[in-house]
Design a protein around this ligand. Structure first.
Ligand SMILES: Nc1ncnc2c1ncn2[C@@H]1O[C@H](COP(=O)(O)OP(=O)(O)O)[C@@H](O)[C@H]1O
Ligand SMILES: [Mg+2]
Length: 224
């Protein structure tokens, strides 16, 4: 198993002890896509954020490649587990030109950087030089989400949490993004956790689905 959670629980302060995520046991294997399907406020993002190491659990465990991981993650684990957010502007510093944000992973992870190669890479996401010297507010939601995805895939993650990654986007961009993700999964055997409240999309994109209700994650029969 690439990643699993054991009785992972999150109780936010000020929420009268009511768990946002309640003893969740989920697992995802290499090359597999699991879905978290449930209504707004059920705890999907909270579990995704805990797995990504961005929110600390109240109790329970997260295992990655069989080893227990806890905040804050070592650099190699941070690189291996990436998250794509629903609101693409969340992924970018509003003050920075796109080029600054897109070159950051090269610096942080010491990847070989060459401007023309980066341009070539970004063109695969429909991002071109004209976009690079703009701030996030000067780009469309679709452009920003494609740029966010380009930045994530640059570091070759093994697990990607996709938190309603296309729900703010038009259908064409949605299809582009899902196609890029599927191609990446085929060539890399990456695992995906796909968070959605759209049952049709969840069924078509995921191998297995957990239904989520009030913080409780239950394996669901896909035919249900
Ligand atoms: N930072 C936070 N502080 C306090 N409560 C939060 C926080 N984030 C989410 N919650 C609460 O936790 C519950 C689950 O939220 P969330 O994980 O965002 O659900 P979903 O992604 O399924 O919409 C909700 O009741 C929400 O209000
Ligand atoms: Mg959410």
């Amino acid at each position: 198993m690439l990643c699993e959670t054991r009785d992972l629980t999150k109780i936010y302060r000020g929420n009268h002890g009511v768990p946002a995520v309640d003893r969740a046991c989920v697992s995802v294997d290499r090359a597999e896509t699991i879905g978290f399907f449930g209504e707004s406020g059920s705890g999907k993002s909270t579990l995704g954020m805990m797995i990504a190491g961005l929110t600390s659990p109240t109790s329970g465990q997260i295992l990655f490649k069989g080893e227990r991981i806890s905040m804050r993650y070592p650099k190699e684990v941070r690189r291996s587990i990436q998250i794509l957010f629903q609101h693409p502007e969340t992924s970018f510093n509003p003050q920075l030109e796109l080029i600054k944000s897109l070159t950051e992973p090269y610096r942080v992870y010491g990847l070989p950087y060459e401007y023309s190669e980066m341009l070539e890479y970004l063109s695969g996401f429909g991002i071109y030089e004209e976009h690079l010297y703009r701030r996030p507010s000067q780009l469309s939601g679709g452009e920003l989400q494609r740029a966010a995805l380009a930045r994530i895939l640059l570091v070759r993650p093994e697990l990607i949490i996709l938190d309603e990654p296309t729900s703010m986007l038009d259908v064409i961009t949605q299809v582009q993004i899902l196609n890029i993700l599927k191609r990446y999964q085929r060539e890399s055997d990456a695992a995906f956790i796909f968070v959605s409240h759209n049952s049709t999309l969840c069924r078509s994109f995921c191998d297995r689905i957990y239904s989520v209700q009030k913080g409780v994650f239950t394996p669901m029969d896909k035919e249900e």
